[in-house]
Write a protein that binds this ligand. Structure first.
Ligand SMILES: CN(C)c1ccc(C(=O)NC[C@H]2N[C@H](CO)[C@@H](O)[C@@H]2O)cc1
Length: 470
């Protein structure tokens, strides 16, 4: 039954993809998140980590040494760090500074290594309180979970819990579709204000991802996204801006459908800050044929490519509707033992690069989806992700492309930015450093693998080419 339902949605996506191919897609986004120095950031990292969904202290099973290894192996500069409402607000109106201390400690690990952090208020299936075992779902605290005594049956596939009457009711109460709980979205916005109060002014924390994979319960599609979801984002953004005028807020569409390439009905929010709007768009992509284990070969590859094409056009349209919002692909990932898996990974990173989007891979957990096995053995994903890229650009990026042993990028220098342009170079393909055309080498740090560049004093577009030193 589930396969038929999903296949029906898949057919919609393919039809949409063909339809989208008939419509001209908007131009790739020219908007990027910027650091305190004003540099455009090319964000490249992981979701860290799924394990945080179930640990009592709400922290991922991830150490500072794990981060050192990730940086040495893949040169990441970004993390979508999972936090949870249950941990922020364990009792109504009570905010856990002890929990926020633990988050701040890990943010410090990333900050010490020059990373950018996006805090992700992560939910799946609303809450771990949907079943007595607490083993299904995560996100909302128990005190905010109202099933109204409706049943939640057992399911082999975790996604099927979204169809359980009790889970749908928990969401309907949160969104106040029932009219019985107008207070819950206020609590949610105030929990985010407590987080923002803690991290406002922290230069490593560049964005807040307001809700992971929203779900509307009995409300689905544009009626949900343009209604309660946009209203929650506005309410939450307003609450954050009371204490933090500068960190970007990231809004995501409902997961159902848009993860598979269908368009989103999300509407713009008004950022209360003075100056530029700092609202980014954080969609996910999980093509249905991959979800069904089809791999990236043969007919499954054809369907996945149609999904990616449809997804790209729909994401660019929504980002434009949101006010030319920068795009961060908040999640994509797969079991990399599937046939064609690394070709799929390359296709997604190429698509994100072309869209000007940052990427956080799902996820930084051991096992077949991640970079390392349970015993720490390096997996195929590490080499696939270890490619050169411009981490931070002192101007407006216009294009970039890379292979394992070549990087080329172009940008319009902003002469008012005093910080240099930074490039990551893998040790495996740039063992002796690099030869550079189009810019001056200010420094090469062989330990951090970071090449620092200065553009010629021009307002014209410069093209930089980086190749391994012989
Ligand atoms: C039916 N609904 C609402 C639904 C189905 C499937 C997903 C999903 O696979 N999501 C992809 C990944 N994202 C989460 C973490 O955010 C992971 O657990 C999923 O693998 C989401 C929602």
């Amino acid at each position: 039954m589930r396969v038929l339902a999903l296949a029906a949605v898949g057919a919609l996506v393919l039809a949409g993809g063909i339809g989208a191919a008939l419509r001209a897609d908007p131009a790739p986004s020219t908007a990027y998140l910027t650091d305190d120095a004003g540099r455009a950031l090319i964000l490249n990292g992981f979701n860290t980590a799924s394990s945080a969904k179930s640990t009592p202290d709400g922290m991922p099973t991830f150490t500072e040494a794990d981060l050192d290894r990730e940086h040495a192996d893949m040169g990441t500069n970004f993390v979508r760090f999972l936090i949870s409402w249950r941990s922020v607000e364990p009792e109504p109106g009570v905010y856990s500074q002890e929990y926020l201390d633990r988050v701040a400690e890990r943010v410090g690990w990333y900050a010490d290594r020059g990373y950018s952090v996006m805090l992700d208020m992560h939910q799946d299936l609303y809450s771990s309180a949907i079943t007595p075992s607490g083993q299904n779902g995560n996100g909302a605290p128990a005190w905010a979970t109202y099933l109204d005594d409706l049943p939640v049956g057992d399911n082999d596939m975790w996604e099927m819990y979204y169809l359980e009457p009790g889970v749908i009711r928990a969401f309907d109460n949160f969104w106040n579709t029932t009219g019985k709980h107008p207070e819950l979205t206020d609590h949610y916005a105030n929990a985010w204000r407590a987080v923002a109060e803690r991290f406002a002014g922290n230069p490593a924390v560049v964005a807040y991802d307001l809700m992971n994979e929203p779900y509307g319960g009995t409300l689905q599609g544009p009626v949900f996204e343009a209604g309660p979801l946009t209203a929650l984002y506005q309410k939450t953004s307003d609450a954050i801006r009371e204490v933090d005028r500068d960190t970007w807020v990231c809004v995501a569409p409902q997961a159902m459908g848009t993860n598979w390439g269908t368009p989103s009905g999300l509407r713009p929010i008004d950022d209360a800050r003075d100056g530029e709007q700092r609202v980014a768009y954080c969609p996910h992509i999980y093509p249905l044929p991959m979800d069904l284990g089809g791999g990236y070969t043969g007919n499954s590859r054809t369907q996945v490519d149609a999904t990616i094409d449809a997804w790209r056009g729909n994401v660019l349209r929504t980002a434009k509707d949101l006010g030319t919002a920068p795009i961060i692909l908040g999640e994509f990932g797969l079991d990399t033992t599937l046939h064609g898996a690394l070709d799929y990974v390359d296709r997604i990173y190429d698509t994100a690069r072309d869209m000007g989007a940052g990427v956080s891979y799902w996820a930084r957990d051991p096992g077949p989806w991640g970079p390392y096995e349970e015993d720490g053995t390096e997996r195929n994903l590490v080499a696939a992700l270890d490619e050169p890229y411009p981490r931070a650009i002192a101007g407006q990026p216009t294009r970039w492309s890379a292979d394992a042993d070549r990087l080329e990028f172009a940008y319009l220098p902003n002469l008012s930015i005093t910080a240099p342009t930074e490039v990551y170079l893998p040790a495996r393909t740039f063992p002796n450093g690099a030869d550079v055309d189009g810019a001056h080498v200010a420094n090469w740090n062989p330990d951090a693998r970071i090449l620092t560049l200065r553009a010629p004093a021009t307002r014209q577009e410069v093209t930089v080419s980086v190749t391994p030193r012989g």
